[in-house]
Design a protein around this ligand. Structure first.
Ligand SMILES: *[C@@H]1O[C@H](CO)[C@@H](O)[C@H](O)[C@H]1NC(C)=O
Length: 247
């Protein structure tokens, strides 16, 4: 009996572990073998149904596309865990209808500022576990269709007030597991549609109260930071004045 139970546990665990964790994040499109093209350098496998999803994870670093490939209608692209170091605009000319792009687990540092013209229908961009650098004086990108942006695990140290100025349609923003030390409501003030903001696992000592964040925000996650206790923040005024004088 215990042995049987043990085996059952193993089987259950196995099936949980085999679920795709990073690459399995889709919104809308349901990809299966019937509608996914698998593009490898040596051979391209096309499905029986019209291509809705394109998987280039087997392509390696040398991206090679052919005009005659029937991928123009695809709305979903899997390009995760490929060691890509840059965002290759050319490949998107072959797939002008993409809505979901998964670039999880690459080494991408910069995004094209004119994202709206590179991926005109983009709604979901997954960039967790890359090396995205936040431009100092420019927006991260200009894209008026994007709703979900995942920037978890990118070693991001700071955001600017400009960073999200040109992505006003964002609803879901993951910034968790970075090295953010400091944020202000202004950094999010352009995001008037923001519903979900994940700032967990950063180095934040303080976070703005939800009252100062976009009114649309309903889920605001800040766990796993270095938040100072409320008690410290709400010290009597007399003490604050003294410490100001000293410093
Ligand atoms: C970008 O993709 C194009 C088209 O497949 C390819 O010819 C080109 O070499 C790629 N550029 C880089 C820098 O990888």
């Amino acid at each position: 009996m215990p042995r049987k139970l043990f085996i059952t546990v193993i089987i259950v665990l196995n099936s949980i572990l085999q679920q795709p964790v990073d690459g399995g994040f889709t919104e809308g499109a349901a990809c299966s073998n019937r509608n996914t093209a698998y593009l490898n350098p040596s051979k391209a496998l096309f499905p029986s149904d019209p291509v809705k999803c394109v998987d280039i994870t087997g392509m390696g670093k040398s991206l090679i596309f052919y005009k005659q490939w029937p991928i123009g209608q695809a709305d979903t692209l899997y390009a995760d865990h490929m060691h890509l170091t840059s965002f290759n605009r050319t490949i998107f000319t072959f797939m002008p209808n993409l809505e979901m792009v998964d670039l999880t687990g690459n080494k991408i540092k910069r995004l094209p500022i004119a994202m709206s013209s590179v991926i005109p229908k983009l709604t979901t961009l997954l960039l967790a576990k890359n090396r995205i650098q936040i431009p100092k004086k420019k927006p991260l990108m200009r894209c008026f269709t994007i709703k979900t942006l995942m920037l978890s695990h990118n070693k991001i140290r700071a955001l600017q007030t400009m960073t999200f100025a040109k992505t006003p349609s964002l609803r879901v923003l993951y910034l968790d597991s970075n090295y953010l030390k400091y944020i202000t409501p202004k950094m999010f003030s352009h995001l008037t549609n923001l519903k979900y903001l994940h700032l967990g696992n950063n180095l934040l000592k303080r976070v703005p109260s939800k009252a100062y964040m976009p009114k649309s925000l309903s889920i605001y996650i800040v766990k796993g930071n270095k938040l100072e206790r409320k008690r410290n923040a709400a010290r009597p005024k007399r003490n604050t004045a003294v410490s100001l004088k000293i410093s």
